[in-house]
Design a protein around this ligand. Structure first.
Ligand code: FAD
Length: 387
């Protein structure tokens, strides 16, 4: 499509497409079936030097922003949604670390990430506040130059596989309330980290999400990201834009995969009694056109939103909120239509097409959820506070 991409964005797209087609696609069905963490995807992305997408070039990374994230996630999402969500959460975690990284954090996290030696991930969700991820109940306390976290996180993608976890807590001030969003890095296997039962999802089954109990988990004070209680800044400048574009790109890729499989099926399927190919049927031709239109419109919205975010345009925030809403509505509709047009062949036990609607359904419930994003968009348009 005719969106203007920079030379480095074009290169990023090519590199991710190559890895996704060669190293990720062949394992997508097995990843889903065995609900297995996509180690092969991370190995390939490491080998290709793509782990540091959001690490500044001065620290050995690619120094890329939201547009490249959208392209990367679209490429992976088109081949394996589980791999996309796992890599996407690594990207969001990296962006949160990079946003206000100190020299210590650059040396210990960003440079190893860029070198392909470190996987990170985001751990913000909690049962007590559900979709309202910006209201952590997890407590933080200070003990000299150490920090201690106590609480329980849920749905941690890359659980047990990541080398570090970007965890949200309340501020350590004893008077703080659950709005005082603070982020810190917790390294893997710290004493007091207790992994809870695995979550077996309808789709996105390779993300190996689990709950994480933090029992007095201690980290160096240097692992604090930014200032305590940086709530609004982190949520709306980093967590939400990177997460929303990562997920919008993923679901765009899933919708494209459904469209491609549908076209392939329609061209191939022929009724022997009439000799008619499904591709010759006018009703089916218009149904296909509707699917294509949705995908094309969504791609344009996501690219526009990502570019607006990179350029810090005044209207970037509602565009980015809308990008995930649009992607979620499109992917659910298009994968559903693909399943219908695929007939009994697509419906058979775990065909490639049958996997896609299962992956697609996570789009509405991953927070910020569709209903929250619509609420925030309305507030942004009316000039009201978002939270
Ligand atoms: C595949 C997958 C991967 C995930 N990975 C991660 C991860 O890596 N890290 C992480 O931190 N989290 C992750 N999550 C968690 C996710 O982002 C959400 O926080 C979680 O799914 C919310 O679930 P809940 O059942 O607690 O939501 P609930 O809060 O119970 O919400 C249920 C529904 O009610 C709606 N709702 C709730 N409150 C309101 C309201 N006030 N007004 C209108 N509607 C409302 C919601 O929009 C939602 O549709 C993941 C989730 C999934 C499904």
């Amino acid at each position: 499509m005719d969106v203007s991409l920079t030379a480095s964005q074009l290169r990023i797209r090519e590199e991710f497409e190559a890895v996704a087609e060669r190293d990720i696609r062949p394992f997508a069905a097995a990843t889903d079936e065995a609900a297995r963490w996509p180690e092969h995807a991370f190995s390939a992305l490491k080998k290709a030097g793509l782990m540091g997408l959001h690490v500044p070039t001065a620290d050995g990374g690619r120094g890329e922003g939201l547009m490249s994230l959208a392209l990367a996630m679209e490429a992976i999402g088109k081949t394996c949604a589980s791999s996309a969500i796992c890599f996407g959460m690594h990207c969001v975690g990296t962006a949160v670390i990079a946003a206000k990284a100190t020299a210590y954090q650059k040396n210990n996290y960003l440079r190893p990430i860029a070198a392909g030696e470190h996987v990170t991930t985001l751990s913000v969700s909690e049962t007590g506040t559900g979709a309202h991820f910006y209201l952590p109940e997890t407590k933080l306390s200070r003990h000299g130059d150490r920090l201690r976290a106590n609480g329980t996180k849920v749905f941690v993608t890359n659980a047990g596989h990541a080398d570090s976890y970007v965890v949200s807590t309340q501020a350590s001030n004893p008077d703080s309330e659950s709005g005082s969003f603070t982020c810190l890095i917790v390294d893997r296997d710290r004493p007091g980290m207790e992994w809870l039962d695995g979550w077996s999802g309808l789709g996105m089954r390779g993300n190996t999400a689990r709950g994480l109990k933090l029992n007095d988990v201690e980290v160096p004070g240097a692992n604090l990201l930014g200032e305590e209680g940086d709530q609004i800044w982190y949520i709306f400048e980093v967590v939400a834009p990177y997460f929303l574009i990562a997920m919008a790109g993923t679901y765009l890729g899933v919708a494209e995969a459904a469209l491609d499989l549908t076209i392939k099926h329609l061209k191939k399927r022929r009724h022997s009694i009439s000799g008619e190919s499904l591709a010759d049927n006018p009703l089916i031709q218009s149904q296909l056109a509707e699917m294509w239109t949705r995908v094309e419109r969504t791609r344009r919205w996501i690219y526009h939103a990502a570019q607006s975010g990179d350029q810090a345009s005044a209207n970037a925030i509602p565009l980015i909120f809308g990008a995930k809403v649009e992607a979620a509505e499109t992917v659910v509709a298009v994968t559903n239509d693909a399943l219908t047009l695929g007939g009994g062949i697509a419906y058979r036990d775990n065909s490639e097409l049958a996997r896609l609607p299962r992956d697609a359904r996570a789009s509405h419930v991953m927070s910020p959820t569709t209903s929250l994003l619509k609420l925030w968009t309305g507030r942004a348009l009316l000039g009201r506070p978002l939270l």
